[in-house]
Design a protein around this ligand. Structure first.
Ligand code: NOJ
Length: 537
């Protein structure tokens, strides 16, 4: 049996608004993505070499939450192009061996979705029960983006539930017609040939049947001042996901990767539950632990160990360093200098651990969070919570392609400002520089493809004499044994490794040098902020 692509492939998240604009309106579009397919993977190590792209929502939307408020799940917003463009994208991506993963926002719709418009008309509307309506606010639930989760609707004198903005009413998954309608959407896209789905906040879809109030806890903002035990993670979600899994499995090798939003104090074990006890729900549930790890060997090691031990039998891990909701890791790890070196170590870890890696556009060139002046804020989170939360615009700024105006992203006025460093830090410059972060990502990704042990081999921690500073692990199977040693500190280390390893190895890749020599493992010498991939003899 061959290993499915979603286990071995490198995924690349694209925020279409910010990737490439081709029509001058300052917002990226599907044609822009098509334009850069060769950059992503042209079949040679000159390209980045990713195997799949995940597109965040491109559907028709009023954009209160930048596309996570969908008003037609089977369309393309004119801002991003047409269905013809999408078909071309699939065709051209597939020609290059790139899979297409799309985002499904099934917890809620836009308030402008025809279903909600109909539901809102009257209490007797055939779609009334497609959303969650109550005569009074039945509980203390808060909306993730602020305020109560219940909004009063004057027309019919009732309240409706929304876990996010009032413009994002929650669907009622307990209604079978709703589930059927959503599953039809899945069929529609699979018939078009998409290869997988990223399921937005999929642990929110069911709410407590009795609508009990969440218990209080200490937190900074009202939403964080309750434990979300009744508005998330309900047992019924598992049954629904099993049905969804059965549906997508009918279409062959598709991927369901779910976003499991975590409550304060929760860890990745909550996410691993969504693989299903029998590994029959999501193929992958995002593991967000790295997004919160401080730059410490032990923090990452602990996150990996927890994840590896909590997955159900047969469950496949995944890792992510950055995404469109969290500050970019290049900025997170920038505090004490050595950022470029750290970014290479982080990349080596992401791409050599056992599990599916997810990259976020621009991380391969070390894009940083960009300070956005308040008057240019777009994200509802920033608008509401500044100065306590700057919002998510900073990690969503346009891709830096070259030294042209606006980094070649647009000939118009970009929807968000570009990083001021773009003349220096861009794809064009980094492609030409063999020591750049981009060249390192390319080398690593193409190397990975050539070494099956890195794709499917077992993972095992190796104890070392400097555990506080260095994270060392093995990837091994019948074809080979590889040691990965990541020095998270600036010290030079002479590492003694747990016994049982060979005395020498061959350096395959270092984050600092181009050397590929034989190397002594007893002790193993690592420079400060150096990562090594070593083939053991
Ligand atoms: C999670 C998405 O990643 C985020 O961007 C969005 O705002 C919320 N879900 C609501 O859909």
């Amino acid at each position: 049996m061959t290993t499915p692509w979603w286990k071995t492939g490198v995924n690349y998240e694209i925020y279409p608004r910010s990737f490439q604009d081709t029509d001058g309106d300052g917002v990226g579009d599907l044609k822009g993505i098509i334009q850069h397919l060769d950059y992503l993977n042209d079949g040679t190590p000159n390209s980045l070499g990713v195997d799949a792209i995940w597109l965040t929502p491109f559907y028709p939307s009023p954009f209160y939450d930048f596309g996570y408020d969908v008003k037609d799940y089977c369309g393309i917003d004119p801002m991003f192009g047409t269905m013809e463009d999408f078909d071309t994208l699939i065709e051209k991506a597939h020609k290059r061996g790139i899979k297409i993963v799309i985002d499904l926002v099934f917890d809620h719709t836009s308030h402008r979705h025809p279903w909600f418009i109909e539901s809102r008309l009257s209490k007797d509307s055939p779609k009334r029960d497609w959303y969650i309506w109550k005569d009074t606010r039945p509980n203390n639930w808060k909306a993730f983006f602020g305020g109560s989760a219940w909004t009063y609707d004057k027309e019919t004198d009732q309240y409706y539930l929304h876990s996010f903005l009032p413009e994002q009413p929650d669907l009622n998954w307990r209604n079978r017609d709703v589930r059927e309608a959503l599953f039809d959407i899945v069929r529609f896209w699979m018939d078009k040939g998409v290869d997988g789905f990223r399921l937005d906040v999929i642990n929110f879809i069911y709410k407590d049947r009795e609508y009990r109030s969440n218990p209080f806890c200490f937190g900074r903002r009202p939403y964080e001042m309750q434990h979300h035990i009744y508005d998330r993670n309900q047992p019924e979600a598992h049954q629904a996901l099993q049905e969804l899994r059965q549906l997508v499995d009918l279409y062959g090798e598709k991927m369901l990767v779910g976003e499991i939003a975590l409550d304060k104090g929760e860890d990745s074990t909550v996410a691993s539950a969504f693989y299903g006890k029998n590994n029959d729900e999501l193929h992958l549930a995002f593991n967000f632990e790295f997004l919160n790890c401080s730059w410490k060997a032990k923090a990452f090691r602990k996150a990996v160990d927890l994840w590896e031990s909590s997955l159900p039998p047969g469950g496949w891990p995944n890792y992510v360093l950055s995404n469109h909701d969290m500050p970019r890791h290049y900025s997170r790890y920038a505090r004490w200098g050595h950022t470029e070196k750290r970014a290479k170590i982080a990349a080596m870890m992401l791409l050599t651990l056992r599990g599916t890696p997810f990259l976020y556009y621009g991380e391969e060139i070390g894009m940083r969070n960009v300070r956005v002046p308040r008057w240019k804020f777009q994200d509802p989170v920033g608008k509401r919570y500044w100065p306590f939360h700057p919002g998510r615009d900073e990690e969503r700024t346009p891709m830096q392609w070259n030294t042209n105006d606006n980094a070649g992203f647009t000939i118009g006025q970009p929807w968000l400002p570009l990083s001021r460093d773009y003349k220096k830090n861009n794809v064009q410059n980094q492609l030409a520089d063999p020591d750049s972060l981009l060249s390192f990502y390319r080398r690593l990704i193409w190397l990975r493809k050539k070494i099956p042990t890195l794709l499917t081999g077992d993972y095992r921690v190796v104890e070392n004499s400097a555990d506080d500073y260095c994270y060392t692990y093995l990837r091994e199977d019948k074809d080979g044994r590889y040691l990965i040693a990541l020095n998270f500190s600036s010290r030079i280390l002479d590492l003694n490794l747990a016994s049982g390893l060979s005395a020498t190895g061959q350096l395959i890749l270092s984050t600092l040098t181009a050397d590929q020599d034989n190397i002594c493992l007893n002790p193993l010498k690592l420079c400060g902020n150096e990562g090594m991939l070593i083939k053991l003899k």
